[in-house]
Design a binder for this molecule. Structure first.
Ligand code: ADP
Length: 463
């Protein structure tokens, strides 16, 4: 109450105001010749009657009232403002902590390109301490030509709103404190803070990713080269092998023709066997040549009606199918796809003829159809899958991969029907040339199903 304080020293309310401070203020006032003067507002701690303290803004005016110098103090309770300030500080600290824990570098710049904030990751990425860069133009982080272009780029954006990086991420080069240049992924977004346009940049050092990408690209180049060399090698080697082989075969024939009466039955049999083996080797070499050709030649893709492909195969192998008591069924019409017609015909012909060849059932049924990876519960992106299914002898699981290997055969037939073990190798190569993959499922004794995808598109077949 008023009575509690009148006549007592101000120090009871404002502990900081010791008597000599008041005396000094009074003296200063008297020195400025009677004129009212106002001290600047200062923050002080005031004490309430109950002993609790509150922050106050305190201002002192000096005046001469009825001839006597007086000090007039005005005080204002600023505890609310103080609370709000503390809260703001807390929020700013919180924000700072978040900024400093994100893995990406975060940099904010103002509308003329001056760096305002620089988080811990930016420090780690660039090697600068915040105090070295804050207030500097952001172009110190850029190598040329960005370094010199950045100002005009920003000016142009501010004037025309023409965006080049804002809102879209892109890969750019950046410069560390030590001058080294590195690739980074940069995302820039605009924001307005207290009416001022600001830009926030997110930065990720992608040196490692770039190195990995380059390494992969270099492996791919080398692989392509060695693949091409292998195909080339197979081609040359096959050509060179064929010549002496022909010589061997014709010499065996001459020997038989010229010396038949001098040889006994055993000798003739051996010569026949020799000629057969020469023929067989020639077939193997031809297959090898053909294999290298599939790899070396460009595909000629065109829209192809697969129903016609199957009809052609049926027509061409009518006699074989009839003799083997085999039928080809297509549960649903097949689609028209973009592919290399002769190669795709060969692919289906190989799969169908295998389904007939490796089949011990009285009626051999070969089903050709189309399904999807989803229906097959394949753990792959949704894709169309073709299949050729037979009710033949089946393939043991341990051979599901190796059947596709060149010259790999599982059955021992007599010489008359003996294949060369290349059919599935061709099939696989044709599928791969069409950017597809092939696999199989089989139940021994019940049959096999070969599944494959084809993704050739005009213009993309030559890779
Ligand atoms: P080839 O038929 O000339 O022997 P392939 O490469 O076409 O060569 O087939 C390799 C081997 O895989 C065959 O020898 C055969 O044992 C097995 N095979 C291929 N297709 C089937 C099938 N549909 N059912 C059972 N076995 C098969």
């Amino acid at each position: 109450q008023r009575d509690d304080v009148i006549g007592r020293h101000i120090g009871m309310l404002l502990p900081a105001f010791e008597p000599h401070i008041c005396a000094d203020a009074l003296k200063r006032h008297l020195m400025v010749e009677d004129q009212a003067c106002t001290s600047v507002a200062r923050e002080v701690t005031a004490r309430r009657k109950d002993g609790s303290v509150v922050p106050m803004e305190f201002r002192v005016n000096a005046a001469t009232i009825e001839g006597a110098p007086m000090l007039i103090g005005t005080i204002r309770d600023i505890s609310e403002r103080k609370d709000a300030e503390a809260k703001l500080r807390e929020e700013a600290e919180h924000l700072q902590a978040v900024m400093n824990t994100v893995i990406d570098g975060l940099i904010t710049i103002d509308s003329v390109g001056r760096i305002q904030t620089f988080n811990s990751s930016a420090v780690r990425i660039f090697g600068y301490q915040p105090e070295e860069v804050i207030g500097q133009n952001v172009r110190i982080l850029m190598p040329d030509p960005y370094h010199s272009e950045h100002d005009s780029y920003m000016r142009n954006y501010m004037e025309t709103g023409d965006k080049k990086v804002i809102g879209v991420g892109r890969e750019v080069s950046a410069r560390r404190k030590d001058g080294s240049i590195f690739p980074m992924e940069l995302g820039v977004n605009e924001m307005t803070i207290s009416g001022e346009r600001m830009f926030v940049g997110t930065i990720r050092d992608i040196t490692e990713r770039k190195e990995a990408e380059n390494a992969i690209a270099s492996y791919v180049r080398k692989l392509k080269l060695s693949n091409a060399e292998l195909d080339e090698f197979a081609y040359i080697a096959s050509h060179d092998i064929k010549e002496p082989l022909r010589g061997l075969s014709s010499n065996a024939t001459f020997l038989q023709e010229d010396y038949e009466e001098k040889l006994d039955a055993g000798g003739v049999k051996r010569l026949n066997r020799m000629r057969y083996l020469c023929e067989r080797m020639e077939r193997l070499v031809d297959d090898l040549l053909y294999y290298s050709r599939i790899g070396r030649q460009d595909l000629a893709v065109q829209p192809t009606d697969l129903n016609e492909v199957i009809r052609d195969i049926e027509d061409m192998s009518e006699a074989t199918l009839r003799d083997a008591n085999a039928v080809i069924v297509t549960p649903e019409p097949l689609p028209t796809i973009t592919c290399d017609l002769p190669r795709i015909t060969e692919l289906f012909r190989n799969l169908i003829s295998n389904g007939v060849k490796y089949n011990d059932k009285p009626t051999k049924v070969i089903e050709v159809g189309v399904t999807t990876t989803e229906t097959l519960e394949e753990d792959a992106a949704p894709e169309r899958v073709f299949y050729v299914k037979d009710n033949g002898v089946g393939i043991a699981p341990e051979f599901h991969d190796s059947v596709f290997r060149i010259f790999k055969r599982l059955n021992e037939e007599d010489d008359e029907v003996k294949g060369t073990g290349v059919g599935l190798t061709f099939v696989k190569k044709i599928v791969e040339r069409h950017n597809g993959r092939i696999w199989l499922s089989s139940e021994q004794g019940r049959g096999s199903t070969f599944y494959f995808t084809l993704n050739a598109h005009a213009g993309a077949e030559n890779d």
